[in-house]
Design a protein around this ligand. Structure first.
Ligand SMILES: Cc1cc2nc3c(=O)[nH]c(=O)nc-3n(C[C@H](O)[C@H](O)[C@H](O)COP(=O)(O)O)c2cc1C
Length: 219
């Protein structure tokens, strides 16, 4: 028997920040996206990889010798129903910080989970290359990478000092990623698989078309 997806079914969504820089725009974007996941019964948490001070992945053989920080990091991911991965664009891809964190984790942390992707770039071309590669990695971790993703280009002028975006459309696009991760995680967790598949397979809104904004939550 399946449990209905009520608005109060408890959900936990974490955000993994792939920049260690103080004043990171990626972290600002992630905060906005996590707010999009908020709602009745939803808890959110930003996982600051700097605070975990993770060692380099040395392969699975040494899993038991990685120590407390890796254990805590993986436990934080295991508690999550949905995971937002936010990365800066570094040399046309995502940051090594993100890759190492993902390499230290595995199926136990990601399989069957909803994952949302956010990228931030200094240049004008956005972080799509980073997110495309992360999408493939999500597949190899057996995660459900949600269709909606957001990149913020020209990051140095996209955010205000208080961490909010200057352009409300950017905030909407970031929040939409968090919202979609929480939405699908709830349907998936509650066993409403038919509804989940129906929504998952629904034709995506035409990117850039006027209906994209209308369909975006919180507008
Ligand atoms: C090592 C490195 C490589 C970068 N490569 C790119 C790049 O390929 N394309 C781009 O648009 N910006 C690039 N940038 C700029 C960053 O994307 C930009 O500074 C971003 O804001 C960094 O994220 P953060 O503010 O969260 O630290 C690079 C920055 C660094 C430090």
């Amino acid at each position: 028997m399946t449990t209905p997806a009520t608005e109060t079914t408890s959900l936990h969504v974490v955000g993994l920040c792939g920049s260690l820089r103080s004043g990171s725009f990626t972290r600002m974007a992630l905060h906005v996206a996590l707010r999009g996941a908020e709602g009745p019964g939803v808890t959110t948490q930003l996982l600051d990889l700097d605070a975990f001070d993770l060692p380099f992945c040395r392969g699975k053989d040494n899993q038991t010798t990685y120590g407390e920080n890796v254990r805590r990091f993986r436990a934080s991911l295991r508690e999550a129903d949905g995971i937002l991965i936010a990365t800066p664009e570094y040399h046309g891809s995502f940051s090594g910080v993100v890759k190492n964190a993902l390499d230290l984790a595995g199926f136990e942390e990601f399989e069957g989970k909803m994952v949302g992707l956010i990228g931030v770039s200094g240049g004008r071309n956005g972080a799509s290359d980073a997110l495309n590669t992360l999408r493939a990695i999500g597949r190899s971790l057996h995660a459900w990478v949600v269709p909606t993703q957001a990149t913020i280009s020209g990051a140095w002028e996209a955010f205000q000092e208080n961490g909010e975006t200057r352009d409300p459309q950017d905030a909407r696009r970031l929040r939409a990623v968090g919202h979609e991760v929480a939405r699908f995680a709830r349907l998936h967790k509650c066993g409403e698989h038919l509804q989940f598949l129906k929504e998952w397979e629904a034709a995506p809104v035409n990117p850039g078309g006027p209906s994209e904004i209308e369909a975006t939550p919180g507008t």
